[in-house]
Design a protein around this ligand. Structure first.
Ligand code: SAH
Length: 241
């Protein structure tokens, strides 16, 4: 890759020159969304065309050492769902699964807006691989897939009188490098049928503590807990500062 020419896509060329005011000779980071981050020296700048030379390439820069599919029931308020998507990217989720559940308040998502949000969050947070955003998925289907999730690695957040393990306790049995799935309900929570189906499918029901968290808070708290429990945390972030 070193020495190769890189042409920024038109939207990115405009952003780099107009908003960030980059000029010829500047060195910038460019991510491809597929796990590569390049250090690039700009040779030609312009809103129409911005071209640079690749100086250095890093693989999987900013990516977590685990695969986290994070499912959240579709919410009534679109803005809350978008907050969830943006923050989930920052916290290292690798796949986002909008869930159509019994108590979900809607069954669609504005995919174009969501994709834009994900890309912006990817760049802002210094990741290099764009998380996959699934189409709204019926709950039973979300319980079955994705392929390759080891048994015991599907965790469903739910509040009930039973003494369920905390998410932290459940994560103690998961090693980094593994595939993990965490499912969180919509405002109305999961129905008892859904919880039962999850248990039958081998999911572990986990508690997030004594407070009733809003759905998007619960999903983000879970992503943060996974990040802190399984992230290696040793990687230098010097480059991004
Ligand atoms: N109406 C529900 C609350 C739903 S909160 C009730 O009274 O229980 C939305 C979702 O956030 C829940 O489905 C669950 O997945 C998650 N959640 C919120 N607080 C939680 C907690 N303390 N423990 C486990 N899951 C929680």
């Amino acid at each position: 890759m070193h020495g190769r020419r890189l042409v920024l896509p038109p939207g990115e060329a405009r952003h780099a020159t107009r908003a960030l005011r980059h000029t010829q000779g500047d060195e910038i980071w460019v991510v491809d969304g597929e796990g590569r981050r390049h250090r690039v020296r700009l040779e030609q700048t312009g809103e129409e065309k911005t071209v640079g030379t690749i100086l250095d390439t890093q693989n999987e820069a900013g990516e977590p050492p685990y695969q986290l599919a994070l499912g959240l029931g579709l919410l009534k308020r679109r803005a809350r769902y978008e907050t969830f998507l943006e923050k989930a990217v920052e916290l290292g989720a690798t796949r986002l699964v909008p869930l159509r559940t019994r108590h979900a308040e809607r069954d669609t998502l504005r995919a174009d807006r969501a994709e834009r949000l994900l890309r912006a969050a990817l760049k802002q947070s210094g990741r290099s691989r764009l998380p996959r955003l699934d189409a709204p998925t019926p709950f039973p289907e979300a319980l079955r897939g994705p392929e390759g999730t080891p048994p015991g690695h599907t965790l469903l957040a739910h509040r009930r009188p039973a003494a369920d393990p905390s998410l932290t306790e459940a994560l103690a049995g998961v090693s980094p490098g593994r595939r993990l799935r965490v499912l969180v309900g919509p405002e109305g929570g999961f129905s008892s049928d859904e919880v039962e189906a999850a248990e039958e499918a081998g999911a572990t029901i986990v508690s997030l503590g004594p407070r009733r968290l809003r759905a998007e808070t619960a999903a983000l708290a879970a992503a943060a807990a996974v990040m802190l429990a399984l992230g290696d945390g040793s990687e230098s972030q010097r480059d991004l500062i």
